[in-house]
Design a protein around this ligand. Structure first.
Ligand code: PLP
Length: 501
């Protein structure tokens, strides 16, 4: 038996080591603990799945599944044909974030080193999506805040303060400021075909907070969450922070594509962006929507529908939400004002199915102490007086024109399919995906672009499983036409240099 097998066997033999978890999860926990304690050091080769299965007396599939989960979370790396190796967590984390040094920060009573962060904290500070720069040309997802109606907002805000309503200074216990919840209800019914009554709408501190509430209320540590692959980083982080097991499901042109192997697992949560998959832009087909609703019903799982940017559809009518098709009350729908107004407003909402309303309302109060009713009141007026619709119309026009300009610039430089490069053509969202041939290292291209002052994102960094597509996410909303023309050409030359290499 190899030393690594021996170490894992000893851990697993301890009767109090996660006795109620399934074998695959126990093995994953044992390996994770050994890696954090550096008993399995960076660069160490793990035994093959066959050898480890034999040494531990468990099935090879169990070992493979545990290795896959460790790979997904960045604990190990696999090189085709050469085996599985322990990743260098400290170097990764230190280089990405300025770093922390768990082994230098004090010793426990028995002299053993004690990390300053919890294991979860260590996982969460490994930031594989790359550093976040302040806004630079082509940062995906960033809206153009310069078109925010500052003066109007100030007037509405002043009016609320002049009314001097003491009740609006409290946390608020009823799920948010009622007129805002009413305005959201009406907007969702008309624009998104959501089936909703005002009681179901609760104002949160944005989608990140809505997801956290869902994870805390609807899943227990160790439960499985199905996520799209590639997946929105924010959602992935929240589920990890709540100790959920992420099960990636490949996304194709019709959205999340369930395979028999996926259906063999039992999720508690299913996270989807059906109207405009983040980051690929796929729209989930009607057949897939129906299938997903059926699966959720049979498996007693909750679908978390993140409808983050449906306002930005440049041709045709906005697509109806998945929630509108749900006859089994399995969908928790969520939206945000981050994109249409500004991220720092920190206001979003959940539409809970009727049976969850009381639980969400009380958790919102108990866990968050929400408050911000003065801002909510100004926003309610902003919507009720028609400014919200006008603002959406205005920025939709601006972003649509920028999108078209970026597309034209890139197509002009790169051709539509020349060099194996494809530029996404869907008419929505705040970014384009420039898909690259499989041999191109998109992470290296992201770095190269950053050296020219361009902040694109590598598609492969959004995958949990090994990436099946390579590409760059290119945001256009923030970029003025002059910048699109200049940086578009620069980006095209960076892409060409990568493709020709
Ligand atoms: C898929 C997706 N959901 C939600 C959000 C934002 O949510 P919030 O700012 O309300 O947390 C983003 C922002 O980039 C996103 O890409």
């Amino acid at each position: 038996m190899s030393p690594a097998s021996d170490l894992l066997a000893q851990t697993l033999a301890q009767p109090d080591f996660h006795p109620r978890l399934p074998q695959q999860r126990r093995l994953y926990e044992a390996a994770k603990a050994a890696i954090h304690q550096q008993l399995l050091g960076a660069g160490n080769k793990l035994p093959s799945s066959r050898d480890l299965a034999r040494d531990l007396g468990i099935s090879r599939n169990t070992v493979i599944a545990a290795f896959e989960q460790l790979g997904v979370e960045g604990y190990v790396t696999s090189a085709l044909g050469s085996g599985t190796y322990v990743a260098d967590l400290q170097a990764h984390s230190a280089s990405m974030r300025g770093g922390f040094h768990p082994q230098q920060d004090g010793a426990g009573e028995d002299g053993a080193e004690v990390a300053p962060l919890s294991r979860r904290g260590q996982e969460l500070t490994v930031f594989a999506a790359g550093p976040r720069y302040e806004i630079q040309p082509f940062a995906p997802g960033d809206a153009d805040f310069s078109s925010f109606p500052f003066k109007l907002w100030q007037r509405l805000q002043n009016r609320v303060w002049r009314e001097a309503r003491a009740d609006l200074l409290d946390y608020g216990q009823s799920g948010g400021y009622l007129p805002l919840r009413q305005a959201i209800t009406e907007y969702l019914r008309i624009s998104r075909s959501v089936k909703v009554s005002v009681e179901q709408v609760m104002v949160t501190a944005g989608t990140q907070h809505s997801l956290d509430l869902c994870a805390q209320l609807l899943a227990d540590p160790g439960d499985t969450a199905w996520v799209e692959d590639p997946c929105y980083w924010g959602a992935r982080r929240v589920f990890q922070a709540n100790d959920l097991l992420l099960h990636p499901i490949t996304v194709d042109g019709d959205g999340m594509a369930l395979e028999p192997a996926d259906l063999a697992t039992n999720p508690r949560l299913i996270y989807v962006t059906p109207s405009h998959q983040y980051p690929t832009g796929a729209v989930m087909s009607l057949a897939r929507r129906r299938e997903l609703l059926d699966v959720a019903l049979t498996k007693n799982a909750w679908i978390l529908e993140d409808d983050y940017d449906s306002e930005f559809r440049y041709t045709g009518r906005p697509l109806a939400a998945l929630q509108g098709l749900d006859t089994g009350d399995r969908v928790v729908y969520m939206g945000t004002f981050s994109k249409v107004l500004y991220p720092g407003i920190k206001i979003g909402y959940v539409v809970a199915p009727p049976q969850l309303v009381d639980a969400f309302k009380s958790a919102l109060y108990d866990l968050q102490r929400p408050g911000q009713l003065m801002v909510q009141a100004a926003l309610a007026d902003f919507i009720a007086l028609g400014h919200f619709t006008t603002h959406i119309r205005k920025i939709r026009q601006i972003y649509g024109a920028r999108r078209e300009m970026l597309r034209r610039t890139l197509v002009h430089q790169l051709g539509t399919h020349a060099h194996g490069v494809t530029i996404s053509s869907e008419e929505s969202g705040l970014h384009l995906v420039v898909e690259l041939p499989a041999h191109v290292d998109d992470v290296a291209l992201e770095k190269l672009a950053a050296e020219s002052g361009i902040q694109v994102k590598a598609l492969s960094n959004y995958y949990l499983a090994p990436p099946v597509r390579r590409g760059l996410l290119v945001g256009y909303a923030y970029c003025t036409p002059e910048k699109i023309a200049y940086y578009g050409r620069l980006l095209a030359s960076v892409i060409l240099s990568g493709v020709r290499r």
